[in-house]
Design a protein around this ligand. Sequence first.
Ligand code: G3P
Length: 217
Amino acid sequence: MKFFIDTANLEQIKEAQDLGVLDGVTTNPSLMAKEGITGQDNIINHYKTICDLVDGDVSAEVISTDFEGMVREGEALAALNPQIVVKLPMIKDGVKACKYFSSKGIKTNVTLVFSVGQALLAAKAGATYVSPFLGRLDDISTDGLNLISEIRTVYDNFNFETQILAASVRNTMHIVNCAKLGSDVMTGPLSAIEGLLKHPLTDSGLAKFLEDYKKGN
Ligand code: G3P
């Protein structure tokens, strides 16, 4: 299972990279704005910086909503670095753009996916990644994990190569449950990744080992 971090915060990206378990980064316009990164030039420079910090895939989202605009933007983004994955919204022109990029061998991430039907379309269009937003479904009393499970079934039925990238992951149990359900990738905050470390028996066990070592030395 690949671990992506869902942030545009460079410190957090560095911290996850230093932990040695990071496979990539996802961003979106809201995450960029949260870090105060505004204006196309600054956004482009930020993507370049992120690519320099990590080894894996870096999703960069287009803001156009028409096919021509998405192609123009996506081609410019993809030219920045081979690590860039063009992130496209799950709308009609986004599906067309996904097909366009996949036929050119440019990696894509189809985002804002909330149903199996949308995930099926993304796979048919050759998406590298599909991003079901599980936290946002949970927010409206709909089981986000169930969507991950249903997409897994459909993709396995037909051996689709599109990777399920569980997005809008909010906590550690989301990560664990996505792993159980066979999600190929998850993207979440650093806090959710670091939550995987925690167990009180690890802490008390280590304290005892160190105490006993000191007794013998
Ligand atoms: O990966 C998608 C993500 O950025 C959305 O997360 O927490 O805003 O629903 P959230």
